[in-house]
Design a protein around this ligand. Structure first.
Ligand code: SF4
Ligand code: SF4
Length: 72
């Protein structure tokens, strides 16, 4: 199994670079690289979903949410 698949996925086609996700991430797993957020410390990610919740563009998805919603 690809463990990377269980980290937040950022859709850069939707991302506007507002940095809200980076500012709200409680573990500093996300940082801005230029105008893009990057999951620079995947092992630090607590999978709390705050980044997904605060993104105004719905550009972040946590894979478990995708699975749950696809079955509803
Ligand atoms: S799921 Fe939580 S810990 Fe992981 S990158 Fe998003 S805000 Fe940070
Ligand atoms: S909150 Fe959303 S739009 Fe803003 S930088 Fe993060 S992923 Fe991009």
């Amino acid at each position: 199994m690809n463990q990377q698949a269980w980290y937040p996925i950022i859709n850069y086609d939707l991302c506007t670079g507002c940095a809200d996700c980076v500012m709200e991430c409680p573990t500093e797993a996300l940082v801005m690289s230029g105008c893009r957020p990057v999951l620079i410390q995947p092992d630090a990610c607590g999978y709390c979903a705050i980044c997904e919740a605060v993104c105004p563009e719905e550009a972040i998805a946590l894979p478990y949410r995708v699975v749950v919603e696809s079955r509803s």
